[in-house]
Write a protein that binds this ligand. Sequence first.
Ligand code: GDP
Length: 396
Amino acid sequence: MEIVILVAVIAVVLLGAISGLVVSGRKKKATTAEKSATPQATTAPPAEPHVGEEAEGAPEAPRRTIEEVGLPAAEAPAAPTELETPEPSAGRLVRLRSRLSRSQNSLGKGLLTLLSREHLDDATWEEIEDTLLTADVGVTPTQELVERLRERVRVLGTRTPDELRDLLREELLTLVGPDMDRTVHTETQGAVDRPGVVLVVGVNGTGKTTTTGKLARVLVADGKSVVLGAADTFRAAAADQLETWGKRVGARTVRGPEEGDPASVAFDAVKEGTEAGADVVLIDTAGRLHTKTGLMDELGKVKRVVEKQGPVDEVLLVLDATTGQNGLVQARVFAEVVNITGIVLTKLDGTAKGGIVVAVQRELGVPVKLIGLGEGADDLAPFEPGAFVDALIGGE
Ligand code: GDP
């Protein structure tokens, strides 16, 4: 009996000790939770719940909103960026002409110097031809131009510098194609209530994402609302880069998971653009040229999927002017995959090979619509043949 009483007493003492421990443990947790709710903790990431907390029966704290919890600095939504006012697109080529002429001296000035020689013999004509070829004008257009120049110089007889300048200007202008339609089609055809859709394609590194961002600025400057689609899901930084461009002018960027399906991002961008009543959706695509088949599959799919919601209004091919013949090879491959409706030549500020404008238009039968003349946000200009040729020859 005594033994039974002793065991009972021990059991009661033990139970008391255990419950005391549990209570003090809970108190500690409660203090920690209180601490984590203090203001200085709001900038830190929310404390990770520990395995077993719930099993111990701790009352679940009411879920806090993201704002209440406070996100870690890296994830916190950035303070609203002050919106920039991009420059109007009209007159940009004139403003940027000096960049073009700085790099184009070897073409226009070189031609004028050669044409001013007293005796235009075969050797001089060959030099003229070489100058054009070096500037990437291409073989056939070069021959055509030299032939026309020879004929006109012969008819002209004596040549004053002004006459030569006018003559060269006219011929270069003919070569560049003054009558091609260079409108970037950002509007839907017909009275359909959906945004204009522009696909931007090209090999990575050509300036595709930058151009998409700059184009968004041009459109915003022209009073349009823009939604961006970050369908270059293969280059890790591309979506962030595009989003940054968009934020600067208040354009929303639709993006998907890294290495996700570019076609679905493109689809979502058009869908969101339509729902938001945007004027234009610009879609930046991935341009990995590892295999032509891969590119065909990917780009072809992007276009097909977007077209489920309506036609694509413009397909802009971005080419780096400094890559010369290589750019032409790229152009050919892309033209096989999608129906290119316009060309953007980037980095024309850094090359003396402006003749690529002529060569690529001939190659694809598609006009150059925009040119990139620098890394600045507003260094993208509508292509104007007259101003371009003037810049080549240093005229008015
Ligand atoms: P993507 O891979 O084709 O999307 O290429 P990015 O848009 O990232 O551009 C590649 C690089 O080219 C960047 O450093 C751009 O600033 C630069 N770039 C783009 N357009 C121009 C241009 O017209 N002139 C110059 N000088 N650099 C440019």
